[in-house]
Write a protein that binds this ligand. Structure first.
Ligand code: CA2
Length: 145
């Protein structure tokens, strides 16, 4: 069966390409999905990109990934820095978890320097703009290949 990668996005990322292009660029989440699908096709993977402004929805998708997901690429948005609940959910998932941040969080306010999700992630990409998602998918391809 084709391995499915969940690409999960947290709060405000629905505004990608529509606000603050100086930080997050001009590409939308639909553009991100297209670039991830391209890489997924290359590696014979399936992928689904989801976004929610609600912590519980993200946790529910992590639980869904426990059922039929081979890997998770996650940009938890601001929940990165606050959510033990998302970390706990990720700790119940058995496949690889890759964390993506569009901006370089380490160049920003100090409250963005700590990530709960990094305690679980196999790898972290930050500051590569939206290209970070496709890079994470490529890494997922080699981890699962
Ligand atoms: O750099 C990232 O990807 C972040 O995860 C983005 C979060 C921020 O809280 C993290 O510290 C770093 C914020 C997402 C906001 O997304 C927007 C996108 C476009 C326009 C406005 C907000």
């Amino acid at each position: 069966m084709t391995k499915k990668i969940y690409i999960l996005n947290g709060p405000n990322l629905n505004l990608l390409g529509k606000r603050q292009p100086e930080i997050y660029g001009h590409d939308t989440l639909a553009d991100v999905e297209a670039s991830c699908r391209k890489v997924a096709d290359e590696f014979g993977l399936d992928c689904v990109l989801l976004q929610s402004n609600h912590e519980g929805a993200i946790i529910d998708w992590i639980h869904a990934a426990r059922e039929d997901g081979a890997g998770i690429v996650i940009n938890p948005g601001a929940f990165t820095h606050t959510s033990v609940a998302i970390l706990d959910a990720l700790n119940t998932f058995e496949g690889p978890v890759l964390e993506v941040h569009i901006s370089n969080v380490h160049k920003r306010e100090s409250f963005r320097h700590h990530s709960y999700v990094s305690l679980r992630a196999e790898g972290v990409i930050a500051g590569f703009g939206v290209e970070g998602y496709a890079l994470a998918m490529r890494r997922m391809g080699s981890l699962l290949g």
